[in-house]
Design a binder for this molecule. Structure first.
Ligand SMILES: C[S@@+](CC[C@H](N)C(=O)[O-])C[C@H]1O[C@@H](n2cnc3c(N)ncnc32)[C@H](O)[C@@H]1O
Length: 394
């Protein structure tokens, strides 16, 4: 039995919105032609800052027009696409009237992704507060939202505010998208290794304690990060700390046991990837010009909830009973000996290698799908990965 996947085909409203984006961007941030022609180079420069040279990233990069326009034309649309696919796939049920606080909101990417990918929520009451240490992207994000959603009943506010400084506004749902990598963990660019941690608890524990004080008793935290190993490790450690503090992991994990994909040393890290189906041609061309084409989109994420009546739920799997358990397919498929295909997945018993017959049309589960599997009576372990071998029954 195959349960809903995380990344179904993109919804039409998301693709229509992305088609319109260049026109709306030229309205909210008109560019001279010399700045337009310099943009591919600026996109490459910002990409290097955001990955390899993160310590060189200017703190106010979102207030510098060349870097801001690179963000708005390349990084934001790809984030919009990734977040839109996820928000539709998760089928998030957000309670009417819930207050979303988005930390490091930038140009309100999350809000725009929610609006574009969940048209059935457009008439619902919703409160959104976007916070960022830079003012300009917040202002442009508000203008973009109004251009997409002129008569929306959603109450949208923004505030210039560095994370963790001063009084924190309370949230039913605290969102952070593509922020963890930029956060200063106790003055350090990266959290310390486990053995260096002092009695204060890990930086992950400390940061969660701060977020907790800001989130309602019946509340949720949604973290969305790039599909990189460093992000996977951060989410693994946050998940561990959150479970110890009594949070429930709503997604993507099909269990609350130890994560089998911690990302340490050479181990796999939890992230999902999918074909960028339907991405508008203008974004594909710009990505090529910037020499940053994408054959796959990828991300990692974590949705935590607490309380009896959390403000957000994902459409959950239907348990069929009778010895089945759930496996979240994480990797894409790869060749195994004897005309077989394999996929790594996550289960409450640990890492799973789902084995399947090769099919000429390459059908089968995809990264992010949730599968109900029947375990063999005496499961074997794969020598290479240590994963439990589970044959996929068709
Ligand atoms: C990579 S962008 C992500 C923007 C948006 N969330 C998205 O997914 O496209 C990171 C944002 O976090 C903001 N930021 C970084 N550190 C911050 C901090 N300490 N306090 C507030 N905002 C911060 C940056 O100004 C930037 O707008």
């Amino acid at each position: 039995m195959n349960q809903p996947g995380l990344f179904p085909k993109p919804v039409a409203s998301l693709l229509i919105g992305m088609d319109k984006l260049p026109e709306l961007l030229s309205r909210v941030m008109p560019l001279k032609s010399k700045h337009r022609s310099a943009m591919p180079g600026q996109i490459r420069a910002l990409s290097t800052y955001l990955t390899a040279e993160r310590d060189q990233l200017p703190r106010d990069y979102m207030n510098q027009p060349p870097l801001l326009s690179a963000y708005l034309h390349y990084f934001m649309p790809w984030n919009l696409y990734r977040q839109g696919r996820l928000l539709a796939g998760l089928d998030l049920r957000i309670k009417p009237g819930a207050q979303i606080v988005d930390l490091g909101a930038g140009p309100l990417t999350f809000l725009l992704a929610l609006w574009l990918s969940r048209p059935e929520m457009r008439e619902q009451e919703l409160k959104y507060l976007g916070l960022d240490r830079s003012d300009t992207p917040l202002k442009l994000g508000r203008q973009l939202f109004r251009a997409f959603a002129e008569k929306s009943p959603w109450m949208v506010r923004t505030e210039r505010k560095p994370v963790g400084v001063g009084r924190n506004p309370t949230a039913d749902i605290l969102v952070m998208a593509n922020l963890l990598n930029e956060m200063e963990w106790g003055g350090e660019a990266r959290p310390r290794a486990r053995d260096e941690e002092d009695e204060m608890g890990s930086p992950y524990d400390q940061v969660l304690a701060k977020w907790e004080s800001q989130v309602a008793d019946d509340g949720a935290i949604l973290l969305i990060e790039p599909g990189m190993r460093a992000s996977g490790i951060n989410l693994f450690r946050l998940r561990e700390a959150a479970l110890a503090r009594g949070w429930h992991v709503e997604a993507p994990c099909p269990h609350g046991e130890t994560c089998p994909m911690p990302g340490h040393r050479n181990s796999a890290w939890c992230h999902f990837s999918f074909l960028p189906t339907g991405v508008p041609i203008w974004l594909i061309n710009l990505s090529r010009k910037a020499k940053l084409p994408k054959e796959r989109a990828s991300l990692s994420f974590l949705l935590l909830t607490r309380g009896e009546n959390p403000p957000v739920k994902v459409a959950g799997p239907i348990r069929s009973g009778g010895g089945e358990s759930f496996v979240r397919v994480v990797s894409e498929s790869f060749d195994l000996p004897d005309w077989q295909r394999g996929r790594y997945g996550c289960s409450e018993r640990g890492l799973v290698l789902l084995q399947d017959q090769k099919t000429p049309d390459e059908t089968g589960p995809r990264s992010g799908d949730l599968m109900a599997v029947t375990w063999p009576d005496k499961p074997q372990k794969d020598n290479k990965s240590g994963a439990w071998i589970v044959p996929r029954t068709r």
